[in-house]
Ligand binder design. Structure first.
Ligand code: DGL
Length: 267
């Protein structure tokens, strides 16, 4: 593998664009291939086996496209499939869960809440990982079934969005000092969430990207080229719907977005 190869980013859909934004900010000279599995979203209501199957197809596509490392940006996929994927590829691969856990541990909080998908909530991973290191931190986890599909569909187009968000936020304990956004889609509505929570809002993407940087450096894979990197997006569902929302979030026009049928990939 050579330094000039791309970094692969995997998400169930649009959400990982929030991680990609951090990636481009920290390593603007890296080429990136992003895959959003918009045909199979939401992962949050699926089984571990389904998520592993979908994630492995994406990883195979990224390897076929000569990626030098892979970022599993999706929290749900990181929990369901990170170790499984590591067993299926021989390039470095990082997930996003530990980044959020580290920020909570370093923050000195007594109580935190975690907003995430139902799969992530059921896994109990955040609570377990935080309490393994510090038993004293109280961790409340709230699984939000509707938020990811609403953001994918277009948040502003959903009439009762405020009521739905209110309902989820009503489960955030009043004594929480911080709220971890443990789904890559939620930074898209961070300002809406901020109106309903006065404590610290934690978005783990910058920390995850620092781990990507350390991993590339340790493996002598950082791109030494100084010119601006190229970013290509591939989605398994509708191209235009993804493109519009990603461009709005990134405040950038003319993103290169292509449709890919991952079931058609031949080795
Ligand atoms: N955005 C993903 C996450 O970080 C999952 C959303 C979904 O597909 O349900 O968990």
């Amino acid at each position: 593998m050579v330094r000039s190869c791309s970094i692969g980013v995997l998400d169930s859909g649009l959400g990982g664009v929030s991680v990609l934004k951090s990636l481009v900010k920290l390593m603007p000279n890296e080429d990136i291939i992003y895959v959003g599995d918009t045909k199979n979203i939401p992962y949050g209501g699926r089984t571990k086996e389904e998520i592993r199957k979908f994630a492995l197809r994406i990883v195979e596509f990224l390897i076929l496209n000569k990626c030098k490392m892979i970022v599993v940006a999706c929290n749900t996929a990181s929990i369901a499939a990170l170790d499984y994927l590591k067993g299926h590829c021989n390039i470095p691969i990082v997930g996003i869960i530990d980044a959020g856990v580290e920020i909570v541990l370093d923050g000195g909080y007594k109580e935190v809440s975690v907003l995430c998908t139902p799969f992530t909530a059921k896994s109990g991973d955040h609570k377990r990982k935080i309490n393994n290191k510090n038993k004293k931190i109280k961790v409340n986890v709230i699984g939000c079934e509707l938020l990811c599909p609403m953001i994918e569909k277009g948040w502003e187009t959903i009439e009762n969005r405020d009521d739905i968000l209110d309902e989820y936020m009503s489960h955030v304990s009043k004594t929480s000092e911080a709220l971890l956004l443990a789904c890559t889609h939620y930074p898209f509505i961070k300002e809406e969430i901020r109106k309903k929570f006065s404590g610290e809002i934690i978005v783990p993407s910058d920390e995850c990207v620092r781990e990507v940087y350390r991993t590339l450096r340790e493996n002598s894979l950082l791109n030494e080229n100084k010119k601006k990197g190229n970013v290509e997006f591939y989605v398994t569902g509708d191209v235009n719907s993804f493109k519009d929302k990603a461009e709005k979030f990134l405040k950038q026009k003319n993103l290169e977005v292509y449709k890919v049928n991952l079931t058609d990939i031949k080795k």
